[in-house]
Design a protein around this ligand. Structure first.
Ligand code: PRP
Length: 178
């Protein structure tokens, strides 16, 4: 159990929604001639996916994967497990993976390798947040909302032991002093 509380607000609700509007416009422009299949990564990305898709202004299909990399710690465990796979095949589809955050990049590296082996027509990534560790890796998400400092964050889908996902903003998590 990670004890603590949300502290400083790093990205306000207004900034989040304004940036998501911009991302949605970019996605809509880039996929105007192709049917996009949004692959959401549960659970953290659900709020981002819901807002992004509603701001797209065009139809899209949705499918979901659930993977686990963190357990109940504030650091990546190094293990990625598929908890729920896609409902449908993606061969020949234009796939856009939507993530809430890329931290170590471990989850995304695993996912991209796994999805690429299913032979989609194209495979791109849209992440709301990145952290510095990932920026040293050769991963290039096509769409990035905000680059964060190296702090543990909660809110807008991101949790600490399943708490605080409901907050409409991104806040630094302040663990209790032990
Ligand atoms: C978070 C987040 C990413 C992953 C990023 O998921 O949603 O999928 O960690 O971390 P990485 O870049 O270090 O691999 P988490 O496993 O916490 O699950 P959740 O979305 O269900 O909370």
């Amino acid at each position: 159990m990670t004890k603590g509380r949300p502290g400083e607000i790093l990205v306000s609700e207004e900034r989040l929604q304004a940036r998501i509007e911009e991302l949605a416009a970019e996605v809509a422009r880039d996929y105007r001639d192709r049917d996009v299949l949004i692959v959401g990564v549960l659970k953290g990305a659900i709020f981002f996916i819901a807002d992004l898709v509603r701001k797209l202004g065009m139809g899209c299909e949705l499918d979901f994967m659930a993977v686990s990399s963190y357990g109940s710690n504030t650091h990546s465990s190094g293990v990625v497990r598929i908890l729920k796979d896609l409902d449908h095949a993606i061969a020949g589809r234009h796939v856009l993976v939507v993530e809430d955050i890329i931290d170590s990049g471990l989850t995304l590296s695993y996912l991209l390798k796994n999805l690429a082996s299913r032979e989609p027509a194209s495979l791109e990534v849209c992440t709301l947040l990145t952290k510095p560790r990932f920026r040293r890796l050769p991963l290039q998400p096509r769409y990035v909302g905000f680059d964060l400092p190296d702090v543990f964050v909660v809110g807008y889908g991101l949790d600490a032991d399943e708490q605080y996902r409901h907050l409409p903003y991104i806040a630094a998590f302040e663990p209790d002093a032990s």
